[in-house]
Design a protein around this ligand. Structure first.
Ligand SMILES: CC(C)[C@H](C(=O)O)[C@@H](O)C(=O)O
Ligand code: SF4
Length: 472
């Protein structure tokens, strides 16, 4: 029987399965690995203690604090008492449970979804969970990876299993060469625009096609990262030689004979010819332009040369109301050219776009230029390893010469759970993944863009097309 990649990952982890009266399949599945962070794990450890349970397989867990972590003064204790306690609690909980914890001062520290792959903790063919919706990122390696809730985190700690409903298969095939200055972020924003924010609910997306195959691992992670913004809990890309080359020699990746054995298995991880997909979407890469969101949901997105939509021209009353509400929050008038929208902030960072390739793409726009005087711009590398690499390449100097602040790794302005946040009404071009109301601070306005578009916009002082900047 032919199988999709998702089918293979699912069936190889099923312990027991049952079908309900609607024909849906629910199974108890085995979870190979779990990542933990300070926001979604306190309740789970508390639950374990209340039940008198121990962690079942400690070596399959990896913990790091990232959300509440400040991006400045990292040589000092965290000033905010709440954040300090959140981080300290994760350290206490993991130490007491005997779970690996990466401290803030460790050279391997960083955003959970950046360091998992970096350390080779993320591997093809495994099930990987975390109490965090952007766990879909790890699907870029051909892992079945998805976000779970705090009670499920507790269940995995105690039992190494989860009860899950089997998803349907959605294939998103992107084909052809990408035009210049069109990035993986633009590809995934365009896909979300096409599918809608809940278009992929109940599905696992497999991204495939020549455009995806040509992408670096960093680009593939950007794409899978945002699967959840189309409503899919997991996004997948079949592993290939690029995946294996990227993983080989990583600290937690298998070695020697085990590596060879793993490779043999990993090479079977692809959708078979003729495998059944419940839905398919095809996208021609040549038609894509740099994208920017104008609203308060990631599917409210348009090419950068577009104009703010007019509710009066919406297809339905419900859609008109939705657009009007988003425009009201965003402080935008219908018909305004997106490139006339002035900015207060630019944020380059988050688990979507904070890897070395992202920083290089932003830096390429900045070389020899300076940000607009009224714009405050920060760069937050995704991990200490990314920061070291960037500093080795002189990118930190390039960013600071362009007027950006070079910060220490954390989630930062992606979610404003640390002390980086915008003021009400302030507007930001951001390389993160969510533009929800209040995401970057109460009343703050977020436009999601690629690193190149963010850098071009910092220079221009308004949303700008990275294709327009002449090379310096
Ligand atoms: C805080 C955490 C649970 C949350 C998530 O689930 O994704 C955050 O990482 C986010 O990006 O919104
Ligand atoms: S960087 Fe943003 S999206 Fe990623 S885990 Fe942190 S808060 Fe969530």
């Amino acid at each position: 029987m032919t199988q999709t990649l998702y089918d293979k990952l699912w069936t190889s982890h099923v312990i027991s399965e049952e079908r309900d009266e609607h024909g849906d399949t629910t199974a108890l599945i085995y979870i190979d690995r779990q990542m933990l962070h300070e926001v979604s794990s306190p309740q789970s450890f508390e639950g374990l203690r209340a039940r008198g349970l121990a962690v079942r397989r400690r070596q399959t867990q990896l913990a790091v604090a990232d959300h509440a972590v400040p991006t400045r003064h990292r040589d000092q204790p965290i000033a905010d008492p709440l954040a300090r306690e959140q981080v300290a609690l994760l350290e206490r909980n993991t130490t007491a449970a005997g779970v690996r914890y990466i401290p803030l001062t460790d050279g391997r520290h960083g955003i959970v979804h950046v360091i998992g792959p970096e350390q080779g903790f993320t591997l093809p063919g495994i099930t990987l969970v975390c109490g965090d919706s952007h766990t879909s990122t790890h699907g870029a390696f051909g892992a079945l990876a998805f976000g779970i809730g705090a009670s499920e985190v507790e269940c995995v700690l105690a039992t190494q299993t989860l009860r899950q409903r089997r998803a349907r298969n959605l294939r998103v095939r992107v084909s052809g060469a990408l035009p210049a200055s069109v990035a993986a972020k633009d590809v995934v924003l365009a896909i979300i625009g096409r599918l809608g924010a809940s278009g992929a609910v109940g599905h696992t997306i497999e991204f495939c096609g020549s455009t995806i195959e040509a992408m670096s691992m960093a680009e593939r992670m950007t794409v899978c990262n945002m699967s959840i913004e189309a409503g899919a809990r997991s996004g997948l890309i079949a592993p290939d030689d690029r995946t294996y080359a990227w993983l080989e020699g990583r600290p937690m990746a298998p070695r020697g004979a085990q590596w060879e054995q793993a490779l043999d298995h990993w090479r079977t991880l692809h959708s078979d010819d003729g495998a059944h997909f419940d839905r398919s979407v095809d996208i021609d890469a040549a038609t894509l332009a740099p994208q920017v969101t104008w609203g308060t949901s990631p599917d409210q997105v348009l090419p950068i040369d577009g104009r703010v939509p007019d509710p009066a021209q919406a297809g339905s009353e419900a859609s008109a109301r939705k657009i009007a509400r988003a425009l009201d929050y965003m402080g935008l008038r219908p018909g305004t050219a997106l490139q006339d929208v002035a900015l207060d902030h630019v944020f380059i960072g988050s688990c979507t776009n904070s890897r070395i390739e992202d920083l290089r793409a932003a830096a390429a726009q900045l070389r020899g230029r300076r940000k607009a005087a009224h714009v405050k711009a920060i760069v937050v590398p995704g991990s200490a390893a990314v920061a070291r690499q960037a500093e080795g390449e002189g990118l930190d100097k390039l960013f600071t010469a362009a007027g950006f602040e070079w910060r220490a790794p954390a989630c930062s302005l992606c979610v404003a759970m640390n002390d980086d946040r915008l003021l009400p009404g302030e507007r930001c071009a951001s390389t993160s993944n969510r533009n929800f109301e209040g995401r970057q601070g109460v009343g703050a306005r977020t436009h999601l863009v690629s690193p190149a578009t963010a850098a071009a916009s910092a220079i221009a002082g308004h949303l700008a097309d990275p294709r327009r900047l002449d090379p310096a």
